[in-house]
Design a protein around this ligand. Structure first.
Ligand code: PLP
Length: 386
């Protein structure tokens, strides 16, 4: 049996070259980066280099990069920070109904604190338009937060166009780019982004470390209070090895982004063509405006959970929604927001590739998936094609 890991939207394997860069910071370079002595200075050099690597990858200045504990923390810091800082200007926030829970639950919390949140509805392919944003902006709107690419269906939002509307209306724009960075080009300055969240473990970096890009001049209250780390914007002794790993991983991913994405698109399309030969399947997400590594289909008349178990028994790791919610049997909020009926949303399977994925992996997965669909449909009382 072959082992094929196709759950790279949940997390990716740490790249060996990244681990190599991190190792000294887990062993001999153990100084506290805030200490003035040589031990501390060496640790700080590692963080400084990582900050340069992130700034180069995003097209911003080093002073605009805040290291955080994860993508979730970056999202929380952006939303809660803007809400607190600009509450005298207004208490209205705009987002979409397909965001990750790191954004949606933070918005729900803010609603309890007296803020008003508009959740823009997506179309059947998971997109919102800049016009929707324009007509939702009010005089008391302080923030628009729209994800760069969706973690479940891979749809890529029209970010520069949405950012342009926000600027025209003088409203801050945040994007959760956790699934996009390292996979598609993300340039904050050129795209007009004010705040951006990213997470290292989605592009072959370590888990438990992220970053928030915060445009120069925007001063948000700190996420945590204590020491003066991250220029007073995030207290707590830095995860030096993690930050070094994030820097190495973003440099690695972004230096080969065109080649990697071309290779992944080829394999992704091969997988999609193969799945389309199974009767009664439905592509979820946009056919072309989608992440190079994301494939998401509903296989009608069978349950996503059963498909996952059968795939797993055959060595294929996939997902039927976001990793955080796959413990629950509720259909994905993203698929429901795109208008899928419950029974079709339940039959969804997400397969996400990485640059380690091979053509043999794809062909093996297709064989397993076809056999799985046949077997489950033969047992299904509702499948009409028997
Ligand atoms: N935002 C999106 C779009 C994600 O896909 C994820 C993780 O799946 C997160 C935020 C949270 O990132 P982290 O796992 O680093 O907290």
């Amino acid at each position: 049996m072959r082992n094929v890991y196709l759950d790279n939207a949940a997390t990716t394997a740490l790249a060996p070259a990244v681990l190599e860069q991190m190792l000294p910071y887990l062993t001999e370079v153990y100084g506290n980066p805030s200490s003035v002595h040589a031990y501390g200075r060496r640790a700080k050099q590692g963080i400084d280099l990582a900050r340069e690597q992130v700034a180069a990858a995003l097209g911003c200045e080093t002073g605009e990069v805040i290291f955080t504990g994860c993508g979730t923390e970056s999202d929380n810091t952006a939303l809660l920070g803007v809400a607190e800082r600009y509450k005298s200007k207004g208490r209205h926030i705009i987002t979409t109904n397909v965001e990750h829970h790191a954004v949606l639950h933070t918005c729900a919390y803010l609603e309890k604190q007296g803020y008003e949140v508009t959740y823009l509805p997506v179309d059947a392919e998971g997109l919102i338009t800049p016009e929707q944003v324009r007509s939702a902006i009010r005089s008391d709107t302080i923030l628009v937060s729209v994800m760069f690419a969706n973690n479940e269906v891979g749809t890529i939002m029209p970010i520069p166009e949405i950012a342009a509307v926000c600027h025209e209306k003088d409203v801050l724009f945040h994007t959760d780019a956790v699934q996009a960075v390292g996979h598609v080009p993300v340039r904050v300055r050129e795209m007009g982004i004010d705040l951006l969240s990213l997470s290292a473990h989605k592009f072959h970096g370590p888990k438990g470390v992220g970053a928030l890009y915060c445009r120069k001049g925007l001063r948000l209250p700190p996420h945590s209070m204590g020491g003066a780390q991250e220029q007073g914007r995030r207290a707590g002794t830095e995860n030096t090895a993690g930050i070094v790993g994030l820097g190495a991983a973003i440099e690695l991913a972004c230096s080969h982004i065109e080649q990697n994405s071309a290779k992944m698109i080829e394999l992704r399309d091969r997988l999609m063509r193969g799945i389309e030969t199974i009767p009664e399947v439905k592509l979820n997400g946009h056919p072309t405006k989608r992440l190079p590594n994301n494939v998401n289909y509903s296989i009608k008349y069978i349950e996503g959970e059963s498909i996952l178990l059968m795939l797993d028994l055959n060595g294929v790791a996939a997902s039927s929604g976001s990793a955080c919610t796959s413990g629950s049997l509720d259909p994905s909020h993203v698929l429901l927001a795109m208008g899928l009926p419950h029974e079709i949303a339940h039959g969804s399977v997400r397969l996400t590739l990485s640059d380690d994925t091979t053509q043999e992996d794809i062909d093996y997965t297709l064989d397993v998936l076809r056999a799985t669909a046949d077997r489950l449909r033969n047992m299904s009382p509702i499948y009409p094609g028997k």
